[in-house]
Design a protein around this ligand. Structure first.
Ligand SMILES: Cc1ncc(COP(=O)(O)O)c(C=O)c1O
Length: 367
């Protein structure tokens, strides 16, 4: 039996037909498919404006620039996230300051944020991890009291809502990723949303070489090229059409895993944040001997993934500017990394696959 992969994009005839249409149209860069994809995304997310970026990391970079974040500023970033969240901050010239996450579900620990706020703090970056929302009530409350901007990293947050509102729409900007492992994918891609007219205008200038229209060589501002292609948007439109089915299937897979692991007392699961729905990004378990379990499963049946390596431990972040919090401060991001592991939840994963994975986990603990 071939090993079950961690990620498997669901691409079918709809995507192929759409891409063929783009090629027949002979309009390859941002064109009618981008316009349609953007307007459908805005309707689904419930935001006023949205612009594309080449990937989620650059979406965060673009969003931060539009908020005016730059050298001399600090941005509070959870310690347990993909490194792209922090690198986007570094790219602006600002400093990421790492905060621990909660033990319950590894989202940003808002109780620990207040202590990290200084006169340099410009923004908070909650990351909606594993397909659930961070505690956005607390984020908006702390940001409001301290006059801070909020940039939501919703790379894993497509379809995820908090108190009925889509993630990415609480802060000043929200950023999504459409990388191949994301809930909907266009291969590589990102999206920045906002409800603010001024921020939207900045985003437009920044992503198009500091001008509003193409074809003009007068550039009122400094900007860059953040365009995507109509081929990607064509794939995105087909993916968006399938989103309700993707979410339904992920929830069914989640239910099957929970059922299949019911009698394995050694294992526990992160608790979905109160107010958030659940669009499983991976099936996340916490287990003693997680690293040994990963090896066991990797050798036999399924490609596993660990949690993100805590940012404060990253070899590239060992210089003094990154190590404000020391010792046992990051107790929960370290706990998550030591005990957490991720199993696949892609829509085409079969019931038989899930049963075999659960069977092997049971075998690991009980035999
Ligand atoms: C939480 C988080 N933030 C940021 C990113 C960066 O997105 P991308 O890989 O599209 O640059 C990812 C995805 O890999 C992610 O999971």
């Amino acid at each position: 039996m071939n090993k079950i992969p961690q990620v498997f994009p669901w691409i079918g005839s709809e995507e192929i037909q759409n891409v063929t249409k783009v090629l027949q149209n002979n309009w390859l860069t941002e064109g009618p498919f981008c316009k349609e994809f953007s307007s459908r995304l805005n309707a689904m997310i419930g935001c006023k404006y949205g612009v594309f970026a080449p990937n989620g990391t650059l979406a965060l970079f673009l969003g931060l620039l539009a908020l005016g974040i730059g050298p001399g500023d600090e941005v509070i970033v959870p310690d347990s996230t993909f490194i792209g969240s922090a690198n986007a901050v570094i790219l602006t010239g600002a400093q990421p300051v790492f905060v621990d996450v909660t033990r319950e579900n590894f989202q940003i620990d808002m109780e620990k944020v207040q202590d990290l706020i200084t006169e340099k703090t410009g923004a908070i970056m909650p990351v909606h991890l594993f397909g659930m929302s961070a505690n956005m009530r607390a984020v908006m409350d702390v940001a409001g009291r301290n006059g801070l901007k909020v940039i939501e990293d919703a790379a894993q947050g497509v379809g995820v809502t908090y108190e009925g509102k889509h993630t990415g729409t609480f802060g000043d900007v929200g950023c999504f990723s459409f990388f191949a492992d994301k809930t909907i994918t266009i291969g590589e891609g990102g999206y920045v949303v906002t409800n603010d007219d001024t921020i939207y205008e900045s985003l437009l200038y920044l992503r198009n070489q500091g001008r509003l229209d193409r074809g003009s060589f007068i550039h009122p501002a400094i900007g860059y090229n953040f365009r995507i292609t109509d081929m990607q948007a064509a794939i995105g439109l087909a993916q968006l059409e399938k989103l309700p089915t993707i979410i339904e299937r992920k929830l069914e897979i989640y239910r099957l895993y929970r059922e299949g692991l019911e009698d394995v007392d050694e294992i526990s699961f992160p608790v979905v944040e109160e107010g958030s729905n659940n669009v499983p990004f991976r099936f996340v378990i916490l287990a003693p001997d997680a690293k040994k379990l990963m090896e066991y499963l990797d050798e036999r049946i399924v490609q596993t993934r660990s949690f993100f390596y805590p940012l404060h431990k990253q070899p590239c972040f060992q210089s003094e500017r990154f190590t404000k919090q020391k010792g046992t401060y990051f107790v929960n991001s370290v706990y998550g990394y030591e005990r957490g592991l991720c199993l696949p939840v892609y829509p085409m994963l079969s019931e038989e696959n899930i049963r075999s994975i659960c069977g092997h986990i049971r075998e690991f603990y009980h035999e």
